[in-house]
Design a protein around this ligand. Sequence first.
Ligand code: C8R
Length: 263
Amino acid sequence: LKWPRAPPHREWNGTGTTPHFSEIVLGRCYTYTQVLWPELRHKDCGQIGKAFTNAFLSKDPCNSSEQDYQLLLKLTNQTTPCHTSVFWSKSNQLAHLYTRVQQDMFTLEDTLMGYIADGLNWCGDAGSSEMNYQSCPHWGKDCINNPKSVFWDTVSKRFAENACGVVQVVLNGSISNTFDKNSTFGRVEIHNLHPEKVSRLQAWVMHDIGGVRSHSCSSPLINDLKFILSQRKISFTCQDDYRPIKFLQCVKNPDHSSCSSII
Ligand code: C8R
C-alpha cells in the first residue's frame, strides 16, 4: 500500500537553510583566500566547507554547541594586526561601509570566517544527513542553542579574544538600545576582550541623518558600557558622530543641513 507523500511542513519558525549553502560557502572561501587575501591561499576551502557542514548535519538543531564548531574555527584561524578590530552593534551596514573604505580595519565579516557565513542560514536534523531547507529554529520562538546563533556567539567570542591594541565599536545612537547587554557585542564580545592585549575601546556613537538622537556618549546607557570595561581594566573613550563615518552617511544625504556643516 502506498501513502501519498506528506506535504513538506515547516517544522520550525525560522527561515530554512539558504539554497545552495555548500556552494556559497565554497565560493566565498575561494574568493576570500584566492582573490581578496592571497596571503591565505594555502587555506583548504574543501576542508573548511566540510567542517562547516559537519558542524550541524545529522545533529539536533536545538542542541548546537561551541564544540561543534571547533574544527571549523581551527581551519579558519587568522591573525589580524593590532589596532584593526571594529566591533558593531545594530549598525551592521554602516560599520561595514566604514571598513570597506578603511581597508586596513576588520569587522568580523572582513575576516575569512565572517565573510563565508555572513547573511546565510543553516541547520540540519538529528534524523537525517540532509540540510533542512524548509525551516530552521528561530532564536526566540524555538530555541536559543540553534546552529546559527551558537555559531555567531562562538566566532564573535574568538574575534574578541584575538583583538589587540585600540579596538573600535560602531554604535547606533538613533535607537533605544544603543548599547544592549543582550546583544552579541554586549553579552559576548566585551567580556572576551583580553585586558593584557586591549589597551582601549573606542566607541563611535553614530546618529542617523535626520534621525532621532536617542543616546549619545553622555547617556547613562553608555556609562554602563564604560563601567563594565572599567571593571575589566580596559579603558574607554567615546565620540559622537565620528567624522570619517559621518561622511559615509552624508554620501547618501549630501543635501541635508547636517552634512554641509559637519562640526
Ligand atoms: N556578529 C554578531 N552577529 C552577526 C555578525 C557578527 O559579526 N554577522 C552577522 N551577520 N550576524 P546585532 P550584535 C548576525 O544585534 O548582536 C559580531 C547574527 O545573526 O545588530 O551586537 C560582530 O563582531 C546576529 O544575531 O548586533 C559584531 O561586533 C545578528 O546579525 C557583533 O557581534 C546581530 O546583529 C554584532 O552583534
